[in-house]
Design a binder for this molecule. Structure first.
Ligand SMILES: Cc1cc2nc3c(=O)[nH]c(=O)nc-3n(C[C@H](O)[C@H](O)[C@H](O)COP(=O)(O)O)c2cc1C
Length: 326
């Protein structure tokens, strides 16, 4: 982990991946204070809100933490400006290929840029374009996902990139044994979300946490697109009434399209808007029926509320035991 720790400025190279509504000042500061690396999820926040969240996090920790910005945010460059104002050390660009000038804008004030890439070719292109580190995230992960499993991504990306570049592995990691395995393959560290979402310090609603503790791996399902004309960005979340009704909604809108009662733009918008505000409803309001309970397949290993420091200590112990056995 030494390379990952040096890059992050933390004691362990375990990042808590940004989770919208969950990764706010309390969880982020707890993560960094416990020797991991917390990342604020900016999500759809305005620059003013991000400003306050970074200030609030700095009041709770003097350890380094990151800020995750979504590349399609309309105010992306203003958000980068807020990170600059606070001297944020690490910016994660998520949700798509970083727009022109964004990596340079971050590097100008000395911060390190962490990116995602769905293919090896795009990963190499981003390193050429100035990215400092990469997260490869497999389809076992919670939240928005790609189609390839973590194990396959690790085998494709790590042998090609890990010697020269800092690469973190994410998706489906629940135990330290798995961390040890990816480190052996050359990863500089790991990123986890599901394992930390319901930590004691997480502000997620008690009912959101209960749903996690009850759930098994198979309950964390990827959303399915039902009609070729109506694109659905796959999201892994616990199945509930909302995910069931989403399938029905797609069938209903497809029928309206067949009948010619809506045009394509309106139909696609109806699908897109179905989940609007749903993660907030689940995390903050505790609406576990119709809210979006984003969770990865490792959710089955999350069975009780634990402080972040205990989770990190357990992961490190399991990782060391695995390496000692070898
Ligand atoms: C509730 C939840 C919300 C998430 N929101 C975001 C987000 O806003 N931005 C992002 O880049 N990733 C998001 N993710 C992905 C995490 O940052 C992380 O990469 C992922 O959880 C790692 O896989 P794991 O869940 O198997 O540990 C989210 C994940 C969860 C579980």
């Amino acid at each position: 982990m030494a390379r990952g720790c040096a890059f992050l400025g933390s004691e362990t190279a375990i990042l808590c991946g940004a989770m919208s509504w969950v990764s706010e000042r309390n969880l982020v500061a707890a993560m960094s204070n416990a020797g991991g690396f917390g990342v604020i999820a900016c999500g759809a926040m305005t620059p003013e809100l991000l400003d306050a969240e970074i200030a609030g996090t700095k009041a709770l920790t003097d350890k380094p933490f990151g800020v995750n910005l979504i590349t399609m945010h309309p105010d992306l460059f203003d958000l980068i400006g807020i990170c600059e104002k606070h001297g944020v050390s690490h910016v994660v660009l998520a949700g798509g290929i970083p727009p022109k000038g964004s990596i340079d804008a971050i590097k100008t004030f000395g911060a390190k840029v962490i990116v995602f890439a769905p293919t090896l070719a795009l990963a190499k292109k981003q390193f050429r374009g100035g990215a400092d580190a990469l997260v490869i995230e497999g389809s076992e992960a919670g939240g928005h996902i790609g189609p390839i499993s973590t194990s396959v991504l690790a085998q494709e990306f790590l042998p090609e990139l890990a010697a020269e570049h800092v690469v973190f592995v994410a998706g489906g990691i629940g135990r330290g044994d798995m961390i040890a395995a990816y480190l052996e393959m050359g990863a500089a560290g790991v990123q986890m979300g599901t394992a930390f979402a319901c930590a004691t310090e997480s502000i997620a609603h008690p009912d959101f946490k209960k749903a996690f503790f009850r759930a098994k791996a198979r309950d964390a399902e990827a959303s399915v697109q039902i009609d070729a004309r109506l694109p659905v960005i796959p999201v892994r979340a616990l199945k509930n009434k909302g995910t069931e009704e989403f399938a029905a909604k797609q069938r209903e809108v497809a029928l309206l399209l067949d009948q010619g009662s809506v045009d394509m733009g309106e139909a696609q918008l109806q699908i897109e808007h179905y989940w609007a505000g749903a993660l907030r409803r689940a995390v903050i309001d505790g609406d576990v029926e119709s809210g979006s309970l984003m969770a990865g397949q490792s959710v089955g290993m999350v069975t009780a509320e634990e402080p972040v420091a205990d989770i990190i200590a357990r992961l490190m112990r399991e990782s060391e035991e695995a390496l000692t056995r070898r």
